[in-house]
Design a protein around this ligand. Sequence first.
Ligand code: SF4
Length: 345
Amino acid sequence: MSLMLRSLQANFAYRFGFTRLPYAPLLISLEPTNYCNLRCPMCPVGHRAHDPSIARGFMPRAVFDTLLPELARIRPVIAFHMGGESLMHPDFFQMGQELRTAGLRVRLDSNAMLISRDVARRLIEHPPVDEIYLDLDGDDAGSYERIRKRANFDRVVGNIRHLLSFRAERKQSLPRIIVKGIRYYRLGAKPGFPDSYKALFADAPPDEYRFAWADYWPGSHREDLSSASAEDGALYQVPPANSDPKACELLWSRLAIGWDGQALLCCLDLNRTALIADVVKSGIMGAWNSPAMMDARRAHISGRQTEMSLCANCQQIRRESPSLLRRFKLLNTGRNASQGGERQS
Ligand code: SF4
């Protein structure tokens, strides 16, 4: 079934409160690994990198091989990201190429620290993904390095510039490259990707710039993150949001699959508090309509989303979000990104 038709179905199912969904997820966040090379203070992965209660690893080949035939059949957009840096996975290029060969659209989110000359060549010469989203946060080197702990501003800018100029030299349009920035919110601050950053890429610009205010990840660690970033001298605020909770549309459009084949209720649950099914056993559609997933949809449409520990503090249920139809346009074209207030996921 086409992505367009599924988007219309998702819109209908969300508006009329269906809990068992006859269509496949529009987008699947697939996590090659939840190890990360950085320690960003706003991110639960960086914040709890050494917490032994959170299982960490790299997606085994056997898990990927089990998922691939069903993915090829149901054709979601694949987003390689969730709780780690996907380029750390030794089979990343192979997995991406196999998904694309099977006819799927594939995206990568990366902090760009690992895009060496060789990695750039492989990303451009035999693209494992259709789109790459690269993080360039803050307003300048200092604010960047406060947000992206362990990263080096000059190295990241150099990596992105090289990737863009290598693609331009080869006169290729694929993969599309989007440079996106997160900034900490301040009252009165203007949204938008900084012009000073755009000037760094004037010779070979990306296809698009995007911008988001840093957000709280959902779950119980909100206060921890807040105090951790305050200690770093980066006072953590998020923009005010509509206080009336509404059903979270992501439950009708997205599925998250962790590195070990565990499906999660939400791609933002980086502490893995709401595992819903082992996809190797249940299959992807089994997880999509698992009792836990349907219970969560039911809780959201009956106004009990704030009783769920994962969702209670989440900004997603308190802000106006694009319709599923608009989300389809974003999924399908990657264009028309909002210039303010988009979540960093
Ligand atoms: S409300 Fe937040 S935590 Fe809950 S499913 Fe939606 S995005 Fe995820």
